[in-house]
Each structure stands twice: as structure tokens, then as C-alpha cells.
Design a protein around this ligand. Structure first.
Ligand code: F6P
Length: 365
């Protein structure tokens, strides 16, 4: 047991992902077993700005939560303490730096180390706090699977499973009505969810941010199928997909958070209908991909990550993120994890498999 650690804190930041509660449970039990006290910081870092939001986490507090979606600590994607949004009555929202308050409260509460569970934004914030002297260990979470340094983030497998099941279901209705179904999935600037669910769900066209598409090629695939008597088609579109020479479709912008993507599915569907004359419908899977129970894979990964984070703290190996590098979970420096986004390599085995299966990426390839 580490002699210097007595109390640690845990927070969950950014969009939720199935498996967050499993990490919390695992970390709390691993810390409890070492005789450490664990504080839960509610809503990202908000609990370190308003300490009435701090909760005590012990084995009772984390009973029966491994299989639950969401996070018992709450989360937010607007709470970066380095760029904290403040709106005064009648004035536009401005961003102020409240990071020193976080550091002050962290020390005042006698916390020795922080486990920050989150995606790329949360890892960047964790890294910035590490630079301010807070001993931190990151745990990578995101359905988007876009974090560098780890083969997988928990939440991704659940999102892909949900999307694949939706595509399976859409097949029968598409075929019955001889329609084109366009399914828009999440993933931000990376096409992992679209690629994996599209290939597993036997989509005909998959559009991902990594490959700009041309409507001409998308429609070519649909009309080719039509000519071969396949009178329906399934098109999976990542929310971040963009046409050649075009830009991503933005649904909303708000000060203090990343832009909200969405709407490309509807645009692609309208264009398919216009060009091919085929009746086309759009389904936006949205937050269904993030809700509900984590799959077995995500639960296990999350439990492994939580315990590994505590082991890193015990060994004094701060400023790292736990990462899956099969068969092991290892430590990756936060600066490596935040150095770039992990996008789909267009020459990866899964991409080659998709091309061999005859799936179109809308690029004529
Ligand atoms: O990063 C996870 C994610 O679900 C993205 O795939 C999506 O673009 C975004 O979060 C949606 O954010 P919000 O929950 O704020 O709508």
C-alpha cells in the first residue's frame, strides 16, 4: 500500500458513455481495499468549484452499478474550468479561467490524486491540471473511439452494438418497401462507429469523415444494386462525413463547448431521392447509441481501467492515461494521448475488408 495516498477523487467529464459506472465501482473498490478515502466530484469539475457537489464514495455507494448506463456522478461537456462559461443577465456568454479555484479546493479537501474519466477534451483538461501540480491519472472514455494511445475506449463497443442492431432492423423494412434507408450515427470527426456498424450490419454504402464522398458514387452503388434486382439499400452516414470540397454539417454552436454535428443524413437522403427517384428515409440514432447498459466488452474494459488507474496512483505514476494495448492495460503519457485524434486509417484491415465486400465509401473506390 502506498504510504503517501490517503484520499483520492474521481470525476466523469464530457458526454456520457456506457461503462462509466463500472470504472467508478472498480476504482472505488480498489482504493477502498488499499484503505483510501474516495470523493466523487459531481458534474465534471463543477464539484471542485462548488464543493457542496462532492460526495463520499464507498463500497455501499457503488453497489450494483456495473451494468448501469450514465454516471452516478453526473457529467457535462460545458464545464472546462480553464474556459468556464459565464452568462450575466442581458450579456453574451463569456469564458473565464477558474482553474486556480479547482486547484485550491483540491488541496483544501486533502485530495492526493485525481482519477479523471473522460474523452479527448477531459484528457486535455487533466493534462493542464497536471501542469498545475495536480497528480492525475486519466481513464479514456468515448463512444467515438477517437483517443490516441488506446486500442479502444469503453462505450464504443456498446454504441457499435446498438447501431448494428438498428441497421439489422432497418434491413427488413427497407426491403419490404423497396426503399433506401439512410442511418446517421455519431462519432464526431472519426468514422469508427459508422465503419464498424456498417460492415457488421452489411450496409451498402458507408460515409465517414476520413473519406470525402461524391453523391454520384453513392447513387451509382444504389442504382447498380437496383439493376441487379436488389431494390433496397442501406446507407450508413457518420455525423462528421462531408462531401468532396464541402464541410461537415453543423447542427448547433454554443460558447464553451465543441460544435454539435448532425444533419448530414437528411441531406444525403434528399439527394439520393432526387437523383435516383428511390423513396428514401432517414434515421438518426443519436443518443440511443450512448444510453443504457454497457456490453460485456465495455463493462470488462471499464472495470479493468478503473482498477488499473488505482494501481498507477499506488505506484506514483501520475500524468498518465490507462490504455488498452491487448492483452495488457498499460500507462500512456497524457501528452501522447492528447497529441492527435485517432481517426480511421483508410488502409486498415477493416476498410480493406469493407471494400472487398463491395461496400461503397462514396469515393468511387
Ligand atoms: O463525443 C460523444 C458524442 O456522443 C459525439 O459522438 C456527439 O457528436 C456528441 O457527443 C454529442 O454531444 P451532446 O451529448 O452534447 O449532444
Amino acid at each position: 500500500m502506498s504510504r503517501s495516498i490517503r484520499r483520492i477523487a474521481i470525476n466523469t467529464g464530457g458526454g456520457d458513455a456506457p461503462g462509466l459506472n463500472a470504472v467508478i465501482r472498480s476504482a472505488v473498490l480498489a482504493a477502498d481495499g488499499r484503505g483510501w478515502d474516495v470523493l466523487g466530484i459531481r458534474r465534471g469539475y463543477a464539484g471542485l468549484l462548488d464543493t457542496s457537489k462532492i460526495v463520499q464514495l464507498d463500497s455501499d455507494a457503488v453497489r450494483g452499478i456495473t451494468h448501469l448506463g450514465g454516471t452516478i456522478l453526473g457529467t457535462t461537456n460545458k464545464g472546462d474550468p480553464f474556459e468556464f462559461p459565464v452568462t450575466l443577465p442581458g450579456q453574451p456568454t463569456t469564458l473565464i479561467d477558474r482553474s486556480d479555484e479547482v486547484v485550491e479546493n483540491f488541496h483544501r479537501l486533502g485530495i492526493d490524486a485525481l482519477i479523471a474519466i473522460g474523452g479527448d477534451g477531459s484528457m486535455r483538461i487533466a493534462s493542464a491540471f497536471a501542469a498545475k501540480g495536480i497528480p492525475v491519472v486519466g481513464v479514456p472514455k468515448t463512444i467515438d473511439n477517437d483517443l490516441t494511445g488506446t486500442v479502444a475506449t469503453f462505450g464504443f463497443d456498446t454504441a457499435v452494438t446498438v447501431a448494428t442492431e438498428a441497421i439489422d432492423r432497418l434491413h427488413s423494412t427497407a426491403e419490404a418497401h423497396e426503399r433506401v434507408m439512410v442511418v446517421e450515427v455519431m462519432g464526431r470527426y472519426a468514422g469508427w462507429i459508422a465503419l464498424h456498424s456498417g460492415v457488421a450490419g452489411t450496409a451498402d454504402v458507408i460515409l465517414i469523415p476520413e473519406i470525402p464522398f461524391a453523391m454520384e458514387h453513392v447513387c451509382e452503388k444504389i442504382t447498380d444494386r437496383e439493376a441487379r434486382g436488389r431494390r433496397f439499400s442501406i446507407v450508413v452516414v457518420a455525423e462528421g462525413a462531408a462531401p468532396e470540397g464541402g464541410t461537415m454539417t453543423i447542427k448547433g454552436e454554443e460558447v464553451g463547448r465543441e460544435v454539435l454535428l448532425g444533419g448530414i443524413g437528411e441531406l444525403v437522403a434528399a439527394e439520393i431521392q432526387r437523383r435516383t427517384g428511390k423513396e428514401t428515409r432517414t434515421v438518426v440514432l443519436g443518443h440511443i447509441q450512448r444510453g443504457g447498459q454497457p456490453t460485456t466488452f465495455d463493462r470488462l474494459l471499464a472495470l479493468r481501467f478503473g482498477a488499473a488507474a488505482v494501481r498507477l496512483i499506488d505506484e506514483g505514476r501520475f500524468n498518465n492515461m490507462v490504455a488498452l494495448d491487448p492483452p495488457v492495460v498499460r500507462a500512456v503519457p497524457l501528452e501522447v494521448a492528447t497529441s492527435r485524434m485517432k481517426c480511421v486509417p483508410v488502409d486498415s484491415d477493416t476498410m480493406l475488408t469493407a471494400r472487398d465486400l463491395g461496400i461503397s465509401f462514396g469515393d468511387g473506390g
